[in-house]
Design a protein around this ligand. Structure first.
Ligand code: ADE
Ligand code: ZN
Length: 344
């Protein structure tokens, strides 16, 4: 029998169990509200909106098709009560995976009913998150996201709104969407991200999923990203991998999503572990868990099994998730202390 510190369970049959992973103190830092509606939620929302439902099976979809599905599901959400319900359900989802804090991305362009009342949308989310916290569920911070197809002036408009509104629930400016369809957009959004950085708003940037290594470079140099959402295609350029390792830029990786959307044929072809072994800080995340039918626990388990990780690696990855998160320093310290005390 090996001790936890010597990496118990490495490659062992059935290890790590769901229970072991659920108890692992961790944060989730790359998950979209838009991807958190279960098929049953979508059915209920369609009924409440008086619309006929559509299939939510994402098998074989590419990123463009997937983003269109998000547009449709989110268009069904029209009342503050529905928004608060989604926020509460998100905190419940995170609690089920043993998450101690989550940074949640939402992109206003997916929610047409709220286009001219974004403040009411955030307030409604806040109602759900506050109620969740009162019930002992984990705290959630919001990353408000631009879409790669937006214009430079729309981006500045969003940042101006964020800085004027300065809602305590909002922790970061984000950008997501399809870079392959939008082309190179780093220069277009640079002024908006500069403004956010100057105002001490955190920055997280989708890159290196539908863009290659050049997208990750632009995220760092033009968008002042503190973390990269996905970022895995940095593997295509050795110098960039070395720079990410040297600067300790965290990659918020979603292996199940990348396989689901056809970026890699299977988990063993995914570069997550090569990046980690090269010294790049990586965390594990779900991206769009409900539509992709996975959970944070199942993602940790499948990843650990694929690469025969031991408990030391699991703890390191969880530590990265907590360190990369935009939670307040007290909570970060508490989560790190709990992580040190975790017994695999
Ligand atoms: N929005 C939701 N999921 C996304 C993904 N995987 N890539 C880019 N934008 C997204
Ligand atoms: Zn994402």
């Amino acid at each position: 029998m090996t001790s936890p510190l010597s990496g118990r369970g490495a490659g062992g049959e059935g290890w790590p169990s769901a229970e072991t992973i659920t108890r692992l103190p961790k944060a989730e830092v790359h998950v979209h509200l838009e991807g958190c509606f279960e098929p049953s939620d979508v059915e209920q929302l369609a009924q409440e909106a008086g619309e006929s439902t559509r299939p939510t099976d994402v098998t074989g979809m590419d990123l463009s098709q997937f983003l269109e599905l998000l547009d449709w599901t989110c268009s069904l959400v029209r009342t503050p009560e529905q928004v608060a319900r989604a926020a509460y359900a998100f905190a419940e989802r995170e609690a089920r995976s043993g998450v101690g804090y989550a940074d949640l991305i939402f992109n206003p362009t997916h929610w047409p009913a709220w286009r001219h009342r974004l403040d009411a949308f955030v307030e409604a989310l806040d109602v759900g998150f506050r109620e969740a916290e009162e019930d002992g569920l984990p705290p959630v911070g919001l990353c408000v996201s631009l879409l790669r197809q937006q214009t430079a002036s729309e981006a500045i408009e969003l940042v101006d709104w964020l800085l004027e509104f300065r809602h305590p629930r909002i922790v970061a400016l984000s950008i997501d969407g399809n870079e392959a369809a939008a082309g190179r957009t780093g220069p277009r959004f640079s002024a908006a991200f500069r403004k956010a950085a100057d105002a001490n708003l955190h920055r997280t940037v989708h890159a290196g999923e539908s863009s290659g290594a050049e997208g990750v470079r632009d995220a760092l140099e033009l968008l002042f990203a503190e973390r990269i959402d996905h970022g895995i295609r940095a593997i295509e350029e050795a110098d960039l991998v070395a720079e990410l390792a040297e600067r300790q830029i965290p990659l918020d990786v979603c292996p199940g999503s990348n396989v689901q959307l056809g970026l890699y044929p299977d988990r063993s072809s995914h570069p997550l572990d090569s990046l980690r072994r090269a010294g790049v800080p990586v965390s594990i995340n779900t991206d769009d868990p409900a539509l992709m039918r996975h959970s944070l626990v199942s993602e940790y388990a499948a990843t650990a099994t694929t690469y025969s990780w031991d408990s030391t690696v699991l703890r390191d990855v969880a530590r990265t998730s907590i360190g990369a998160s935009f939670c307040d320093p007290d909570l970060r310290a508490r989560l790190l202390t709990a992580l040190d005390a975790w017994t695999p």
